[in-house]
Design a protein around this ligand. Structure first.
Ligand SMILES: Nc1ncnc2c1ncn2[C@@H]1O[C@H](COP(=O)(O)OP(=O)(O)OP(=O)(O)O)[C@@H](O)[C@H]1O
Length: 347
């Protein structure tokens, strides 16, 4: 399968609590992917809406409308694309925005599609502009204009395409141009999972992997997984290692706690980078405000890494806020570090 160039920063590679997948992780993930909508856990609205779209298409013997899936990494967009193909008994073609850098790349894919096929374009917001325009026509009129020749003598030869379903996935739906967004018949937004749903994901994964696990142990993992099934499954594999090598082989609460302490994933799912951001903000800068540049230098990381990797989760958990004057730690951050909130603290 071609996932294009999933560009990960060095810090993303090292992180146990990153939502982004590493290449070596893909096989482990494939084994755990739900095959049908019935075993896709959580996201009840998206599941119900999608099941209507698919059932209606089946009843009319038509290909389903194009589907756009948006949401942070690791929440199940690829899984849903595979499920759509599976439910429609269609084959799936996979590519990604970064892999489609020329209109010709897309023309080659489109012109080889077969009737009813599902084309999945991951990170669709990163596709080249020229390819995007070709996609508009393909989505709406099932046609692609193949350009033959160059310069003033170039001619466009229209090629009819068989009906197909495009499934686009994006972590940044705001970056999609409106004409592209409008051509999707259905948009599903995936949200972070509750700990209860993640516990169900973990119970299923443990069963499939033949791991001996107690509910309390899995519960401990679920609350530290940042609402993300990919992270939950990854932590499960690491805790299993610990249980086999240092413990009794069973994932119970004590094993989960010890393992996650070794891997430095704390009770909120924060790792070392997240905690050093909070630590620098509180201890060195009295809670802020601190500019991103200063903050990044202080924790020894690239500004981009702090901004895209660490901050979104810290903001979501209410531990930091972004103000026009810089980043500030909230009272919850001080408390999470076990520090006293300064008197008259304003954030
Ligand atoms: N609802 C779910 N139920 C059970 N497992 C899930 C669910 N959603 C995701 N997973 C598991 O999480 C892993 C990551 O999911 P997936 O690859 O679909 O995420 P994604 O949103 O496409 O991420 P990316 O955009 O980074 O590729 C998969 O291995 C899958 O097994």
């Amino acid at each position: 399968m071609d996932f294009g160039d999933q560009r990960l920063t060095g810090a993303e590679h090292d992180r146990l609590v990153s939502g982004t997948a590493e290449a070596a992780e893909r096989d482990a993930e494939a084994a755990l992917r739900p095959k049908g909508l019935h075993d896709f856990i959580g996201q009840p609205q998206v599941r119900e809406q999608l099941s209507l779209v698919l059932d209606a298409a089946k009843a009319r013997s038509r290909t389903p409308d194009h589907v756009l899936l948006s949401g942070p990494p690791g929440l199940g967009k690829t899984t849903l694309a595979m499920i759509i193909a599976h439910e429609m008994q269609a084959s799936l073609r996979v590519t990604s925005g970064p892999a489609v850098q020329h209109a010709g790349d897309l023309a080659a894919i489109l012109s080889s599609l077969e009737e009813g096929e599902v084309l999945f374009i991951d990170e669709i917001h990163r596709m080249a502009r020229a390819a995007e325009e070709m996609l508009y026509v393909a989505m709406e009129d099932f046609r692609v204009d193949v350009i033959v020749g160059k310069g003033p003598g170039a001619t466009a030869i229209p090629l009819d395409l068989p009906p197909f379903t495009l499934v686009g996935a994006t972590t940044r739906s705001g970056l999609l141009p409106a004409p592209l967004r409008d051509r999707f018949g259905f948009t599903g937004h995936l949200d972070f999972y509750s700990s209860a749903d993640l516990l169900t994901v973990l119970t299923r994964s443990a069963r499939m992997l033949g791991i001996d696990a107690e509910n309390r142990g899995l519960q401990e993992i679920s609350t530290r997984s940042r609402g993300t099934p990919r992270i939950a499954n990854r932590l499960l594999r690491r805790v299993r290692d610990w249980a086999q090598v240092r413990g009794t082989g069973i994932i119970d609460e004590a094993a989960a706690l010890s393992a996650l302490t070794v891997y430095e994933v704390d009770a909120l799912g924060l790792d070392r980078l997240d905690r050093s951001v909070l630590d620098v903000l509180c201890r060195r800068f009295g809670g802020g405000p601190v500019g991103l540049g200063t903050l990044s230098v202080s924790v020894g990381e690239e500004a981009d890494t702090v901004e895209t990797v660490s901050e979104p989760y810290l903001v979501r958990e209410g531990l930091i806020s972004r103000t026009p004057r810089g980043r500030v730690a909230t009272s919850a951050a001080w408390k999470h570090l076990g520090l006293h909130v300064p008197a008259n603290y304003e954030f």
